[in-house]
Write a protein that binds this ligand. Structure first.
Ligand code: GDP
Ligand code: IMO
Ligand code: MG
Length: 437
């Protein structure tokens, strides 16, 4: 019999504060598994004034005594992995890596970057970490897996499997040829820097230098979870439902499924007792794509107050007001059973807080989009209602009753509008700065 099962998923466009919430909930979990995405993610945890940003390993590794798992749907960049394994080793955290994880190579990163650079108008604004191309190879049923890093022989085979190297190099040369006509020095620098990695890959020695570090951690993740009788399981999502490959704002999305459905298919846990959606009290997004509640007027204020710069790329995040239309959709698509609202402290000092309860298409009449892809959302604008703000410093609140009345009114309205209980209010970046209901 399984013990309790929980999942933490992003309910907006990523960076909602999932890392912080996973770290908090991990106190009561035995096994914590990251189930999707790759080093495009940046999950921030603050403990006693010390900041840690993790890209691949679960945000629970800072708590000794937990079993931290990377599931087979995660695409793994070995360089990032080795750096994070060193953090885990220092803390004494147990780390299990599924041997079937797709490996992100320098070729993937290079294709990702060059594609965006030569794309003209269709730029997605990816993180440049090679995520899209790596998932393409997962779907093409080729390319190296984590277990292939164990020997040069395995790597040699994996790189030649189903024309992997041949096709990937061809693509790079095609994009690079387009780049050649460019006078843009940044383009050329990127090209030259990344080009360095080719010969090493062609000779197949790449990545194998990490074999000894990685080998002791390799173990079938679904099997380990299946054998975990009575244990409390916590699954950590990356990105957010609105960035999901299918449910999100296509084509401005990442290249993987981001919702908890992926947990069942890749790790064998189909029944989740709690699906905890994490959402900011406002909205941010990095990269291109529709964002109905983006606010040019207050965007800079929100960015500075909330320190809204990407944890992975350092890019300034676009900022806007809480969008209940998108959040309602995300709750439905993600099967979210409860919400934790983060960064409430950031809104302090606003006389009024705008809240988007419906969309219109220019005439002020509320209407519902036919889909949340870029085409479906085209032309939709927010209809705002405003709620009274608060001037109190809430960063010290640790229980629901500590929260000022206006904060509770804000959270109750969100809950009522969505039909989903709000069970947590985060009031600062530190581990303890949260009020549970
Ligand atoms: P994730 O990708 O969902 O884990 O989120 P990120 O780490 O990319 O971005 C969230 C940012 O907000 C990080 O810098 C966190 O330290 C910070 N953060 C999380 N919760 C709160 C909060 O309640 N208040 C404030 N001020 N910062 C928070
Ligand atoms: P966490 O887990 C915010 C965005 C990128 C871009 C789009 C596609 O920290 O919330 P990709 O590199 O995945 O091909 O980029 O997705 N993106 C994220 N935005 N947080 C993330 O992760 C993201 N991961 C990808 O900015 O718009
Ligand atoms: Mg992030």
């Amino acid at each position: 019999m399984k013990g309790k099962t929980m999942a933490v998923v992003g309910a907006q466009w990523g960076d909602e504060g999932k890392g912080k919430i996973v770290d908090a909930l991990a106190a009561d979990a035995d096994i914590i598994a990251r189930y999707g995405g790759g080093a495009n993610a940046g999950h921030t945890i603050w403990v006693d004034g010390k900041k840690t940003v993790l890209h691949l390993l679960p945000s629970s590794i800072l708590r000794p005594g937990k079993t931290n798992v990377v599931g087979p749907y995660v695409v793994v960049d070995p360089e990032v992995l080795v750096a994070e394994l060193a953090i885990a080793r220092k803390i004494g955290a147990t780390v299990i890596l599924d041997p079937r994880c797709q490996v992100v190579t320098p070729l993937h990163r290079q294709i990702d970057v060059l594609r965006e650079l030569t794309n003209g108008t269709g730029v997605i604004g990816t993180t440049g970490k090679g995520i899209g191309p790596a998932y393409e190879d997962l779907a093409a049923r080729r390319g190296p897996k984590l277990r292939d890093l164990l020997s040069t022989r395995r790597m040699f085979r994996a790189l030649r499997d189903r024309h992997f190297l041949e096709e990937r190099m061809l693509l790079i040369r095609t994009y690079a040829a387009q780049g050649k006509d460019e006078t843009d020095p940044i383009r050329w620098r990127l090209f030259a820097e990344n080009g360095r990695d080719w010969p090493e890959l062609e000779l197949s020695g790449w990545g194998v230098q990490h074999a000894e570090t990685i080998a002791p951690h390799l173990k079938d993740a679904a099997g380990l979870i299946d054998a975990a009788d009575g244990k409390t399981l916590l699954f950590e999502g990356a990105q957010g439902i609105m960035l999901g490959m299918v449910a999100g704002t296509q084509p401005y999305v990442t290249a993987s499924l981001t919702g908890p459905g992926a947990i069942g298919e890749t790790l064998g846990v189909h029944r989740l007792d709690r699906v905890i959606g994490v959402a900011k009290a406002y909205v941010t997004r990095v990269g291109g794509g529709p964002f109905p509640t983006e606010t040019p007027e207050k965007g800079d204020w929100l960015r500075e107050r909330g320190a809204e710069y990407g944890a992975t790329t350092g890019r300034p995040r676009r900022c806007g007001w809480l969008d209940l239309v998108a959040l309602r959709y995300a709750c439905r698509m993600g099967g979210i059973t409860e919400l934790v609202i983060t960064k409430l402290d950031v809104l302090r000092g606003l006389a009024e807080i705008p809240l988007c309860r419906a969309y219109h298409r220019g005439d002020g009449a509320p209407c519902v989009p036919e889909g949340f892809d870029a085409e479906g959302l085209d032309g939709f604008q927010p209809i705002y209602e405003t709620l009274p703000g608060w001037s109190e410093d809430i960063s010290g609140c640790r229980s629901w009753d500590d929260l000022p009345e206006n904060v509770r009114t804000f959270l109750n309205l969100v809950s009522l509008q969505l039909g989903v209980p709000v069970t947590g209010a985060s009031v600062g970046p530190e581990r303890e700065q949260i009020a549970w209901r």
